[in-house]
Each structure stands twice: as C-alpha cells, then as structure tokens.
Design a protein around this ligand. Sequence first.
Ligand code: HEM
Ligand SMILES: [Mg+2]
Length: 261
Amino acid sequence: MIALARPQYGEENPNAWKPAGPGDLRGPCPMMNTLANHGFIQRDGRNITRETAIAGLNAGLNFAESLATIMFDQALVANPEPNSTFFTLDMLNRHNVLEHDASLSRADSIFASPSNVNTSTANAFNATVFAETTSYWTSDTLTPLMLANSKLARQITSRKENPEYAFSTTTEEFSLGEVAAPIIAFGSLEDGTVSRELVTYFFENERLPEELGWTKKNQSIALTEITGVTTIIRAATNLFTGGAANGTSAHTGAKRSLHGF
Ligand code: HEM
Ligand SMILES: [Mg+2]
C-alpha cells in the first residue's frame, strides 16, 4: 500500500477521500456524495454538467457513457431553472422532485425543521433510519430479498408516521433503482447479492470501500446491467410467497378480470 501511495514522487492521489468541507454542497444520494468526496465529480458539489457526470461515473464506477448520459438527463429536472445544463448536489434535495420519502438512509423531509426542508441537512445520513434498514440485513451477504425487505419496511414505517407520505409509481421506479444501486456498485450483477460490510461502510462513510478490498468493476456498466438487477429487486419486493403465480382459485380469476388485466 505504501509503495502504491506515491507521495515520494510528489503526486497526491487526486481521488483520495476527503469529507465535505465548509461551503461544499451535498445531497440525498450517498453515491453522488461519495463521488464528490473522492473528487470524481467536483468536490464542492457544484456545477455538475453532462461531461463531468459522464467522466465521474466512468472513473469512479466504470459506468458507460450511454448510461451516465441517461442518468444525467433525468437529473436535470433538479435544477429549477428551465433549460439548464447543470445541477448541484444541493438541488437534489428538493423534496418530491427526485428526492422522496421512505429512503433507506435518510429521514422523510417532513421530519426536518421547516427551514431545513430541501437541504442537505434534511437529507444527511440518518443513523436511526439506517438502523431500521439494516435490521433486515440479516447475514454477511445481502440477498435481493433482504434489500427488498428493508425498503418495504421503510415504506410501511413512513406510511405510518408521515401524514404527508407520498410514494408514486415514479417513486417506485426510482426506488427500485436505488435498492439495486449498491449491488451494481459493490455486488454481483448475476445473482444480486452483495457484501453487507461493503454496503454499510459505503452508506455510513460516503466513501468507496477500497480499504475493505473493493475495486471498481472491470466490466463496463450500461443500462442492460441496471435493468437486470432492477428486475431481480422488483421480483423480490413481491409479497406473495410463491406457488401458483397466476392463481388457481376462482377468486383470483374473478379479481383479475374485474380490474381488467
Ligand atoms: C446522475 C447520477 C445520480 C443522481 C442525479 C442521483 C440522485 C439521487 C437522488 C436525488 C436520490 C434521493 C432519493 C431518496 O430520497 O432516497 C438518490 C438516492 C440514492 N442513490 Fe443516487 N443518483 C445518481 C447516481 C447514483 C449511483 C451511480 C448510485 C450507485 C450505484 C446511486 C445510489 C443511490 C442510492 C443507494 C440511493 C438511496 C439512498 C437511500 O435510500 O437512503 N446513485 N440518488
Ligand atoms: Mg429521501
């Protein structure tokens, strides 16, 4: 390690981890915060353009340009200015734009003080919320079922405690991607498992788990890989216990025709 650290040549690793300093912007996304903490995107969290998002997601996680472009374009809505060409990590905090209730590691924005709603303070890592999530992560290797269980639990808790709880079909789609995300960055794209140690380290420190032996994937990650893992997670969120998926009872058939599908 010391031999690789190259300070003797006067070169600092430009992607060494450093937490946000005063004035740096952060948001609700543990990975964008992480990429900023490593300097893969701007350390100050400002002026994230298509070019810098593509470069950062590629250098940090080996995301393909095509995938990073889609993600960037979807995120531009976070900037309240129409036709803008950048966003900041702070803009990602705007509630019910991209940020939503029932996050795995953040409290719902209703629980923030009024002056803090839509800020990184409201959407900072929250140990109490994350403890609920990790209580469903019951083995060293996380399975899609454990990850799905933790998300469903967060949704139920928020629905119970938050009188303004909102969770739309769009939120559902984003959430499936977010639950899949730790698998994509740190786990197996084939079976959807991932080391609990790597994932908890990442959430708690907003740092890539290099010191635990993680390295970025050799394989370039494109939309196909995301869709594959998201499909595994979607299946794992289903609350049925298996058996005849289409139902064998007259009741099931009647209900389906009633709803027209
Ligand atoms: C352009 C790139 C990205 C943008 C704009 C973005 C934006 C966001 C936003 C707005 C949230 C908050 C949703 C909520 O309320 O929970 C979020 C959550 C999340 N993001 Fe990202 N994200 C990006 C890339 C990534 C990548 C590459 C990963 C990992 C591979 C990732 C992992 C996550 C995870 C795990 C969460 C859920 C956090 C939680 O539930 O507590 N994101 N992201
Ligand atoms: Mg949230």
